[in-house]
Design a protein around this ligand. Sequence first.
Ligand SMILES: Cc1cc2nc3c(=O)[nH]c(=O)nc-3n(C[C@H](O)[C@H](O)[C@H](O)COP(=O)(O)OP(=O)(O)OC[C@H]3O[C@@H](n4cnc5c(N)ncnc54)[C@H](O)[C@@H]3O)c2cc1C
Length: 425
Amino acid sequence: MSFLRTRLPQIARSVSLVGRQAPYVARNYSSMTYSGPSVTDTPPTSLHSFTEEELMLKDTVARFAREVVQPRVRAMDEAEVMDKEIINSMFENGLMGLETEADLGGAECSFTAAILAVEELAKIDPSISALCDIHNTLTNTVIRKWGNKDLKEKYLTRLATDTVGSFCISEAGAGSDAFALQTRAEDKGDHYVLNGGKMWISNSGEADIFVVFANADPSKGYKGITAFIVEKEWGVEIAKKEKKLGIRSSSTCVLNFDDVKVPKENVLGEVGQGYKYAIDSLNEGRIGIAAQMIGAAQGAYEIALPYMFERKQFGKPIGSFQAMQHQFAQVACEIEAAKLMTYNAARLKEEGKPFVMEAAMAKFVAAKVAERATSYAVEWMGGNGFVRETGVEKFYRDAKIGSIYEGTNNMQLETIAKIISTKYK
Ligand SMILES: Cc1cc2nc3c(=O)[nH]c(=O)nc-3n(C[C@H](O)[C@H](O)[C@H](O)COP(=O)(O)OP(=O)(O)OC[C@H]3O[C@@H](n4cnc5c(N)ncnc54)[C@H](O)[C@@H]3O)c2cc1C
């Protein structure tokens, strides 16, 4: 820990988090080529090998989740509201600027460390994990990659220390077909004027900074899509907060932009390149959703397994019946497979190797595994699984989102099929 404090005094807080520049810097990360085996200079290691810093972060986040988040999970789910104190604690503990550079107030962790943090949070509450994941792997990442120095200094610092961010692409008519978006950005000389609406925007109930994708030149089709950093106080209207099946304390809102003036310096990257930034961010963001799903699967599993060895029927622990043993053994295999796929996709991204297909595969498999694992966990606990008190039914509800956001299961399969096909064309 002293290592951390000397290197990153700005994040030595009540629960110290780990920060260090990843040894592998992502390059060519958006390559869509088919990846195969590669030679390494160092002896290969198992996919359960992590740096000391990554493991320290994982342990610290697990403790944070148990001690700070867990006592409030049920109340937040019932109220469908995220506890502000938890959000503040997330900032205080460096969880909202995981990969952000230390001199901008971030923890400067590796991507894999961020993925481990998302997983650990999801083991306790997939809603808090969604907040952390989307804020870090989408909102912060798109600004880190394409923001100029001024935008980074102005916004990444706030996003790491005290301000929640949202990433806004989807619209009523633009979900899987995201680039059919209709929000317009009109060039008015020294500023743009945004008009339109967004749907299902995560974290938007708490956010003050929005990365908004709007079309600045519809005559160019999707090549007119441009990314803007928009502050709430410029006129972003939260039109409606959705009531949902799962991840209920994570806010999901409808947004309206009615003549919202955005200064030209708030264009993120280049005009007309927004579609590239969106694809690129979502490609890596999917690894975060996979991590959220393996966390949800494990969270339910870890509640159900002890129960199965305490609960007796027919004079024996229900976990000793072979039918039950085969089910939990199979689910354990599936969780392990999804984990390895997720960690592998994260490492590929860090190493600058093609990772898009592996990320889509990891998200697809992890979402399926989470659905199955959480469903079994409810069943294994019988009536006690079905009632809210034990917390396992919440994981079942929360797991469903994995097959919808950041690309539905079908969209992951489209991506995978497209990349495989390149090999045979
Ligand atoms: C809780 C929640 C949080 C979200 N957070 C955000 C956020 O922060 N930012 C954001 O921008 N968006 C967000 N979204 C939106 C999310 O990304 C979209 O809901 C998702 O991409 C699917 O779009 P859709 O809902 O319009 O479904 P549709 O695109 O209408 O899809 C409906 C069904 O049709 C299938 N389908 C569609 N097209 C095809 C095709 N070509 N081939 C085969 N099947 C197809 C889909 O697989 C799906 O099963 C969120 C959504 C939810 C529910």
